[in-house]
Design a protein around this ligand. Structure first.
Ligand code: F6P
Length: 349
């Protein structure tokens, strides 16, 4: 049996660990492995495939990025896109596929499975917001980057003293902001799930100053919305931030919620304020041990599903263990930060 492996969507630390795990299990089972280059883009046109012998996955466990490359190409946007992908895979002798990705990549995988092609998934996104899984590859490393940044920013913020606004990734949810902010001791965490009025931010900052705390650290997820910031963000949108990718997503980093918040804070309070946008720093670097272990467990479990001829499924983390759910299940809704975690963060405000 020959299986294919691809990585789609934004890269995340731990993708190579997942590729290695899937490939190593495949070799152990006597399968051959094809690497599909640049996500779904590699399954269109004439295809972009390469044989993945054991030597190709040697030494990649600690590497960030993906040796296969990735893209946000969406075959569902093409006429007969799924049929073309399936025909190309079959034509190249690839009898099953491991698709490693987030909701976008997995929505294509689910459509292929429904078209009768054996495909399994592996959950990946630093946003950590797929439903039915407690964990997505890349999240733990991204949180580590946020925590390190907050530790550093605490030092410089206290020296001046200043308000530090830290914008982190999180398109629809505030997992990275919430978990990173809690672990890094943020004074206020603003996420898409729970609206905060700008007046509350100002009040919070005055309360801290009044209580003798000369500096404040505010973490804001890039997808958070605040009415007062809309005019500044609309200017950014007019400058091109509304451009959408093949899955219909705008580039939130260009909308500049952190920059807008920092400007408004300075205007409203007179407190010197600086903004740090962590951006793609959260996606680079070597994966944490947690990301490596889960990429390994889930990558191996995915190939085992193909071996057992159980397709259209995805291994996930449930109650700390590997469980298996249908592909449609993980993309059915976005998993949001619960109220309990949000309230916990407010204890430290
Ligand atoms: O979906 C993961 C994510 O990291 C989001 O948090 C972020 O909005 C987006 O990808 C950025 O994507 P790109 O790499 O295309 O700028």
């Amino acid at each position: 049996m020959r299986i294919g492996i691809l990585t789609g969507g934004g890269d995340a630390p731990g993708l190579n660990a997942a590729i290695r795990a899937a490939a190593r299990r495949a070799y152990q089972l006597g399968f051959q492995v094809t690497g599909i280059k640049n996500g779904w883009a590699g399954c269109l046109g004439r295809g972009d495939f390469e044989d993945l012998p054991p030597a190709a996955v040697r030494g990649i466990l600690p590497l960030g990025g993906t040796i296969l490359g990735t893209s946000r190409t969406n075959p569902l946007k093409e006429k007969d896109g799924i049929a073309k992908v399936v025909a190309l895979l079959r034509g190249n002798g690839i009898e099953g596929l491991v698709a490693i990705g987030g909701d976008d990549t997995l929505s294509v995988a689910a459509a292929m499975s429904e078209a009768g092609y054996p495909v399994v998934g592996v959950p990946k996104t630093i946003d950590n917001d797929l439903s039915s899984t407690e964990f997505c590859i890349g999240f733990d490393t991204a949180v580590g980057v946020v925590v390190e940044a907050l530790d550093r920013l605490h030092i410089t913020a206290s020296a001046h003293p200043r308000v530090m606004v830290v914008e982190v990734m999180g398109r629809d949810t505030g997992w990275v902001a919430m978990v990173g902010g809690l672990a890094g001791g943020a004074d206020m965490i603003i996420i898409p799930e729970f609206g905060v009025a700008f007046d509350e931010v100002v009040e919070h900052l005055h309360r801290r100053r009044g209580g003798g705390k000369d500096f404040s650290i505010i973490v804001i997820a890039e997808g958070a919305k605040m009415k007062d910031l809309e005019p500044a963000m609309a200017t950014a949108a007019a400058a091109g931030a509304e451009k959408r990718d093949a899955f219909g997503h705008v580039q939130l980093a260009k909308q500049g919620v952190g920059e807008a918040l920092s400007t408004r804070i300075e205007e409203a309070t007179g407190f010197e304020t600086r903004v740090t946008v962590l951006g793609h720093l959260q996606r680079g670097g070597s994966p944490s041990p947690v990301d490596r272990i889960w990429a390994t467990r889930l990558g191996v479990a995915a190939v085992d599903l193909l071996k057992d001829r159980r397709a259209g499924l995805i291994p996930v983390r449930k109650d700390g263990e590997v469980a298996v759910v249908p592909l449609r299940e993980v993309i059915k809704e976005t998993r949001h930060v619960p109220r309990e975690l949000y309230d916990l963060a407010r204890v430290f405000g």
